[in-house]
Write a protein that binds this ligand. Structure first.
Ligand code: MRU
Length: 369
């Protein structure tokens, strides 16, 4: 329990429902760090757009938003019977599933809501609507506990590396923080848990890759950690190698959007390069993965669909003036890359730390797949 930290978490709650549950309430992450503004998502088109445009982003948060979204939408159906209700439910679910392709949490949450709907087909529709809200709330609440468990395991690693009187250098990429989840984040959870266990913010020094092109590291992760009182720096992505060579980075934590059954992990573009550099300099590289991000149906990273995004994100978004000539090609704009499991020191899940190389066997042993 850390009151200041809890107040901060409260201020930036990523996704929530208002008391009358008539819309999904999100913090618009495209406006951060300058403006903290909450927006209402009423319709399926608004929910879809918010996910697509990264107003709400980060694999677990997308799952929570989709789950709340389905409950809110279903609550407004005027269907006469279950078949009509389910036809509408299925159409909304399939539509939301087209918003982004890589983070498996989106499909995982939508499927879980779907299974709940079908399992309760025999109930009166008003009761079914309540059950859907309860399921969405469970998805959100479970995420808090899952992140906490990941954080405790990650904190154990930090404690082993900490030298008395010295700040511990930690690097992260993109934002796998509170803004990407329901509370603690995944890659940031070890740091937040460290504060809860009495560490000072100055006991750590977190190096946040700015994370081109959408700058989640600069705009979101550094915003979070700095406001939580943790010593925080932002550096350009291409500075990571020199930082690691200097010995300042003792450990790396990243999040993930989908982990294949063999441990290959998709995360924000640039993550695999970071893992390659980390291997070269012997810096331990950990992927923080809630079980909702582990996809047993995807055997290896080669089968993970990689989202391609608008070239304007590279050339003009966030800049006062275009950063490349107007007509120049920037069509290669993948949002994610896949880190080969051989480059990963460990995958931290809520049920335990997997250290490979046979991640599939370890996931099975822990009951994760
Ligand atoms: O495109 P984004 O901002 O949704 O990408 C987010 C990431 O890559 C995160 O690292 C990942 O979703 C894990 S969030 C706990």
């Amino acid at each position: 329990m850390n009151q200041k930290l809890d107040e901060f978490f409260e201020k930036v709650i990523t996704v929530k429902l208002p008391q009358d549950r008539s819309y999904v309430d999100i913090i618009d992450q495209t406006l951060l760090p300058g403006t903290i503004r909450r927006i209402k998502l009423d319709t399926r088109e608004e929910i879809w757009e918010a996910i697509k445009k990264l107003r709400v982003r980060g694999a677990p948060a997308i799952g929570v938003c989709a789950a709340y979204g389905m409950a809110v939408l279903a609550n407004k159906y005027k269907a006469a019977d279950y078949d009509a209700f389910y036809a509408q439910f299925k159409s909304d679910k399939d539509y939301l599933a087209t918003s982004r392709p890589t983070a498996v949490n989106l499909f995982w949450a939508l499927d879980r809501m779907d299974r709940t709907c079908q399992a309760n087909a025999f109930r009166p529709l008003d009761e079914l609507k309540e059950i859907l809200f309860t399921e969405a709330q469970a998805i959100r609440d479970e995420d808090v506990q899952i992140s906490r468990n990941i954080g405790e395991i990650g904190f154990g690693l930090l404690k082993n590396l900490k030298e008395d009187g010295k700040e511990l250098g930690i690097m992260t990429h993109c934002n796998a923080g509170t803004l990407a989840t329901a509370k603690y984040g995944t890659a940031t959870a070890p740091m937040y848990i460290a504060l809860e266990h009495g560490w000072e913010g100055s006991d750590m020094h977190v190096y946040c890759d700015e994370t081109r092109p959408l700058l989640q590291g600069a705009r979101l992760t550094s915003f979070e950690l700095y406001n939580a009182g943790i010593t925080t720096s932002v550096q350009c992505d291409n500075m990571a190698s020199l930082l690691m060579k200097s010995g300042r980075v003792k450990i790396i934590f990243v999040g993930c959007d989908r982990v294949a059954a063999n441990g290959d992990a998709a995360n924000k573009i640039g993550t695999s390069g970071l893992a390659i550099i980390a291997k070269h300099y012997g810096v331990p590289f950990y992927v923080c993965a809630p079980s909702s991000t582990i996809d047993p149906k995807t055997p290896t990273g080669d089968q993970i669909p990689i989202e391609m995004r608008d070239p304007e994100e590279i050339k003009t978004m966030w800049y006062k003036e275009p950063m490349a000539p107007e007509g120049v090609d920037a069509s290669f704009n993948p949002a994610f890359d896949v880190t080969d499991h051989s480059l990963i020191t460990g995958i931290i899940t809520e049920k335990g730390l997997c250290t490979g190389p046979d991640y599939g066997a370890e996931f099975k042993k822990l009951g994760l797949i």
